[in-house]
Design a protein around this ligand. Structure first.
Ligand SMILES: Nc1ncnc2c1ncn2[C@@H]1O[C@H](COP(=O)(O)OP(=O)(O)OP(=O)(O)O)[C@@H](O)[C@H]1O
Length: 384
């Protein structure tokens, strides 16, 4: 049907107007998207600090990785210097293989633990930190960010006010303190198991490689959190690792991984968890830190010989826990985890389930994890 001329003009003009509006909307959306991306990039600090890599592709890589991760923050040296009052010795918490550890208070009130070592900046460090800071779990200490300035590399973690599990089990002479009751120990065992289970559930699984009692920290409610995840890798790629402060790592290391072909396998963490469990329930250190040179059977051999020579594990249980029905079950689980052959060890998910059953039984479904926790450090008390 032929169209009336006027109507033809109108519909033509309408089509043009529609196309213009459409184009304007499209341009507006594109501008919005581009500015959103730029804002996100700006949110991650630029790599133009005086010590950052001068390689533009390395800078782009760092920023791109950081944007992708959306968790890591690059702290300015000045910020951490301020947080620790100039890395004042009064804020020094300790020393580990990475270096010195300071407690700090950020401007926003967050209390942090800052690990610092002398090192030139590297791209590998940024990439690995960005990777690690994506790990978020109730039972894993959060890595908040990093700093690479003034010839130092620093890692910034959430601060855990109740220290490591090892510091609660024994005094500096290696004698059991009996500080933690059985329920608290089982809750700690479960938290640590879930932390490792979470790491192993990744694709590919992340293996801790240095799991031990001093790498399980306790928060204000005595909730256990696994720390130093991925630190082994950072230390392998660096030539300035400090010696271990307590020399305990080797006693937790899976002999199957150390003596055979070196392999990174979740079952090696299961072995280390078994040693942790034996320490937790026996109150005995895998190595006596006050007499490290004294030859003595390792905790695994000791537990195994006790199991073979008597039908009960009672003799191995921390004195303050004697009479606790399920303590022996946990020791047996520790032995199962430290089976020589990795194939015979349970997975961390099986371990979690078993420990959870024991905790449920102990709690009778009522008691909350961390009941009885008393030592809490508030931000306001930090710089008294
Ligand atoms: N996030 C944190 N919150 C509170 N204290 C921490 C934190 N991280 C580490 N610490 C404490 O700082 C000290 C040194 O810890 P670090 O992890 O560097 O070494 P380590 O694990 O004890 O030993 P190594 O590195 O030799 O295996 C320890 O007393 C530890 O409990």
């Amino acid at each position: 049907m032929p169209q009336n001329q006027d109507g033809g003009h109108k519909s033509h003009a309408g089509a043009i107007a529609g196309a213009v509006v459409g184009a304007v909307v499209l341009v507006a959306i594109s501008i919005g998207l581009v500015s959103l991306c730029l804002m996100r990039v700006r949110h991650w600090p630029s790599a133009t600090s005086d010590t950052a890599s001068s390689d533009p592709s390395a800078q782009e890589g760092a920023i791109a990785a950081a944007v992708e991760a959306q968790h890591a923050k690059q702290f300015a040296f000045q910020e951490l210097d301020h947080a620790t009052k100039g890395f004042n010795p009064s804020n020094l918490i300790g020393r580990g293989r990475f270096g010195l550890v300071y407690k700090g208070l950020l401007e926003d009130g967050t209390i942090v633990a800052i690990k610092t070592r002398a090192s030139a900046p590297t791209q590998e460090f940024v990439t690995e930190v960005v990777n690690l800071s994506q790990l978020r779990h109730k039972n894993v200490v959060s890595l908040l960010g990093f700093c690479q300035e003034h010839d130092h590399q620093m890692l910034v973690y959430d601060y855990l006010p109740n220290g490591s599990v090892s510091s609660h089990l024994c005094d500096p002479n290696g004698n059991p303190t009996g500080e933690l009751d059985f329920k608290q120990r089982v809750a700690i065992a479960l938290g640590a198991a879930r932390g490792l289970e979470y790491l192993h559930s990744g694709n590919p699984p992340r293996v801790h490689q240095d799991f031990k009692t001093s790498n399980v920290l306790l928060d204000e409610n005595l909730v256990a959190k696994v720390t130093d995840v991925g630190l082994s890798k950072l230390l392998v790629t660096s030539h300035n690792a400090m010696p271990s402060a307590n020399g305990s790592s080797s006693h937790f290391a899976d002999p199957a991984a150390v003596y055979n072909t070196y392999r990174v396998d979740p079952k090696s963490d299961v072995y280390s968890y078994g040693v942790f469990l034996l320490e937790l329930i026996s109150g005995r250190q895998a190595i006596n830190r006050s007499r490290p040179a004294q030859p003595s059977p390792g905790i695994v051999e000791w537990a195994r010989s006790l199991q073979e020579s008597s039908s009960s594990m009672e003799g191995m249980v921390d004195k303050s826990l004697v009479g606790t029905e399920e303590a022996g079950t946990l020791l047996l689980l520790g032995l199962h985890c430290t089976a020589q052959s990795p194939e015979k060890r349970p997975t961390m998910s099986q371990v979690s389930q078993q420990v959870e059953r024991i905790l449920d039984k102990e709690r009778g479904g009522i008691v909350a994890a961390g009941e009885g926790a008393t030592v809490v450090t508030l931000g306001s008390e930090l710089f008294k």
